[in-house]
Design a protein around this ligand. Structure first.
Ligand SMILES: [Zn+2]
Length: 261
């Protein structure tokens, strides 16, 4: 059985940010996040392995997708996707996979109490909607995997991120590793408690795989993006095939969800 484990850094235990900075620009938080994320991925891998023979791709998904994890500390036997540019999001995922696992994901931009909440770029993107519904990275990833017929079976994040996952992915197994008291303040589980919960929840998910359904939306897909700056919307519209909705907002439409982002 094949599983695809996509990772981000903002939604792992004990990690918060510094006001006005991205995680990558705050060295102590970034190093902590790399360590926590690697350990949480290992816990998820241990949970997946209870299903028997498994093939696992671990996607390094934060920022430029390079060296965000301690690759040599990951469990042996997995394959690791790193580097950019990639042919598309979820590179390597296809119809043959049994499920997708999201570790360290974070809530969409603008969510109250969402730890390090943002949508792809905390400096560029103000809001995003998919087929008219506010969406962040969790929802878009679920729909992209769903378009290939693959369900997202587990998500770990902060409490707000877990709520977002449940809203987009009915029936998904989740672990909230921390609760936000603001964007840069959280009450977290102890790292090893978070890892125990992730291992157990993933184990339960793979024991009940037929419970999970891919998230499917009817094409054509419409992605509307409101940028922080008018100049960003202008530049995107010059470069890509899209409609300018207003000074800061663009709309892209396609029957291929991967063509949109
Ligand atoms: Zn990230």
């Amino acid at each position: 059985m094949k599983f695809y484990l996509s990772s981000d850094l903002e939604g792992v235990a004990c990690v918060t940010g510094l006001a006005g900075q991205t995680l990558s620009s705050a060295p102590a938080q970034y190093e902590l996040a790399r360590k926590m994320c690697t350990a949480e991925i290992n816990a998820a891998i241990d949970g997946l392995k209870t299903a028997g023979e498994v093939e696992i791709i671990v996607e390094d998904g934060h920022g430029n997708g390079t060296s965000n994890l301690l690759y040599d500390e990951l469990r042996r036997g997995v394959k690791i996707l790193s580097g950019v540019p990639r042919p598309r999001r979820l590179t390597g995922l296809d119809e043959s996979f049994a499920g997708v696992i999201l570790i360290g994901y974070h809530p969409m931009a603008g969510v109250e109490g969402g730890v390090l909440s943002h949508t792809f770029s905390s400096v560029a993107v103000h809001n995003m909607w998919l087929n008219g519904r506010p969406v962040g990275e969790i929802g878009l990833t679920a729909v992209q995997a769903g378009s290939l017929g693959v369900p997202v079976i587990f998500v770990s994040s902060c409490k707000a991120g877990v709520q977002e996952a449940k809203d987009w992915i009915p029936g998904v197994k989740t672990v909230a590793v921390k609760e936000g008291f603001g964007r840069n303040c959280a009450l977290s589980l102890h790292p090893q408690d978070a890892q125990d919960k992730i291992r157990e929840a993933v184990k339960r998910a793979v024991a009940n795989l037929d419970m999970f359904k891919p998230v499917r939306l009817n094409p054509p897909y419409e992605l509307k993006i409101e940028y922080k700056l008018e100049s960003t919307a202008e530049a995107v519209c010059r470069r890509e095939d899209c409609i300018r909705v207003d000074a800061r907002t663009i709309l892209k439409r396609s029957r291929d969800i991967f063509a949109l982002y």
